[in-house]
Design a protein around this ligand. Structure first.
Ligand code: UD1
Ligand code: UDP
Length: 381
């Protein structure tokens, strides 16, 4: 029998971190030819992940331009995907999450009548503009997909409420699979500065911020809150790997650069980032991925957003929504910095997003879909 040609499509840093372990798992299956097409919606930040996971794509659309708009990303991905699908002839296309690459990848698959598997399916805020444009991207992909790989039972229930019940699997999130390969107790940082941070003596707060709906006033409030925290607490150091988006960099330069005890550094390779997270005191972020990783590492997270599509760790008590107003962010951070009991209540490891075997379950489900294997049991976190 011919091998199944399963093509994973991704383009940004988080998609790559969460898809590389899956591309690798698929390549271990004798029934599958695992193919990889990158859009390179991110260039440097994507290449960094490919290097960490030692993955060479079969096709590269190389679409990134500085300050790209949503329309240019989507249209360039669509045009480029025609060539990739014609050349690689996939039996199924896998997309991940909710980026413009995800949406365009799924739409292109549909145009070519290739079935779609949606990895990290079923996340919702039910606010069409927040996160923007991600909430709409993932909803649109839900209407196109044939297989749905939900990280949690809650994500599956969201799909069921929308009338989607066929081909739905609860698998856990592949980010936990990735973390299992990167975090090590004896890890030595290639970024020398990170080996010399005062981990035991000061509270290291790991910060990231990049969301489009935070551009403008919310990002200004976030930066000013971070500045205030650093200025007022001499026992704290902020480590902030700054996203390469020029909009983000401008906000950082305008409101945060020059504050004491703030380390503004370039984006870190995924293995460096994960090990820094494992050693930090707490995390402040508007990132989706960090909300999943930090709880697994026992680190409290303050989310710099008004809402989250990841309520599981909020319910488990390790993540809190801090919002995007300066005073609120400072108040919530100070509580964790100064109140030992409040900190202890949040700093416990939980794994609502998986046990590190999501890729295995997804590969099994794909084989079942094509009649080449048993149906895998759902994972109940
Ligand atoms: C994208 C995703 C977002 C995801 C985020 C992860 C969309 C609409 N947004 O947002 O869901 O959370 O990635 O980080 O799909 N840039 C570089 N080099 C890079 C990467 C980005 O220079 O390696 C700069 C470019 O100027 C680029 C800009 O950042 O135009 C913004 O990148 P873009 O992919 O459009 O949006 P993100 O905010 O990164
Ligand atoms: N990350 C990284 N280096 C950094 C910042 C983040 O490797 O300098 C990782 C992080 O650990 C997580 C992922 O990138 O796995 C999250 O990506 P991002 O915050 O860009 O996007 P989101 O998850 O919000 O879509």
């Amino acid at each position: 029998m011919d091998k199944l040609r399963i093509m994973s499509v991704f383009g940004t840093r988080p998609e790559a971190i969460k898809m590389c372990p899956l591309v690798r798992e698929l390549s271990t299956r004798p029934e599958i030819e695992s193919l990889c097409c990158v859009t390179a919606q991110h260039r440097q930040m994507l290449d960094s992940v490919l290097e960490v996971f030692d993955l060479k794509p079969d096709w590269d659309l190389d679409i990134m331009t500085p300050r790209q708009t949503l329309s240019t990303i989507t249209s360039k991905c669509l045009l480029g995907m025609d060539g990739a699908i014609d050349a690689l002839k996939p039996d199924m296309i896998l997309v991940h999450g909710d980026t413009s690459t995800t949406f365009a990848g799924a739409l292109s698959a549909f145009y070519h009548q290739v079935p779609v598997g949606h990895v990290e399916a079923g996340l919702r805020t039910y606010d069409k503009y927040s996160p923007f444009p991600e909430e709409m991207n993932r909803k649109l992909v839900s209407t196109i997909a044939d297989l749905y790989f939900c990280p949690t039972v809650n994500n599956r229930d969201n799909l069921l409420r929308e009338g989607i019940s066929q081909g739905v699997f609860v698998t856990g999130n592949t980010v936990i699979d990735a973390l299992k390969t990167t975090v090590r107790e004896d890890y030595h940082f290639a970024t020398e500065e990170l080996n010399h941070l005062p981990y035991g003596e000061r509270k290291i707060i790991l910060v990231t911020c990049h969301r489009r709906e935070n551009y403008g006033k919310p990002m200004k409030h976030i930066m000013l809150a971070l500045r205030q925290i650093a200025e007022q607490h001499t026992d704290v150091e902020l480590v902030y790997p700054v996203h390469l988006s020029p909009v983000v960099r401008e906000a950082v330069d305008a409101y945060l650069r020059g504050a004491p005890r703030v380390h503004l550094i370039d984006p870190l390779p995924a293995d460096e980032m994960h090990n820094l997270m494992a050693r930090c005191y707490m995390v402040m972020t508007d990132s989706g991925g960090l909300q999943e990783e930090a709880p697994a590492l026992g680190k409290p997270v303050l989310v710099l957003r008004r809402e989250t599509e990841r309520p599981e760790a909020v319910e488990a008590g390790t993540v809190k929504l801090a919002g995007v107003v300066q005073d609120d962010i400072v108040t919530m951070a100070e509580r964790l910095i100064c109140d030992r009991e409040a900190y202890a209540r949040m700093a416990h490891a939980v794994n609502p997003y998986g046990d590190g075997n999501a890729c295995r379950r997804i590969a099994d489900a794909i084989l079942w879909h094509f009649g080449r294997g048993e149906k895998p049991a759902d994972y109940q976190a």
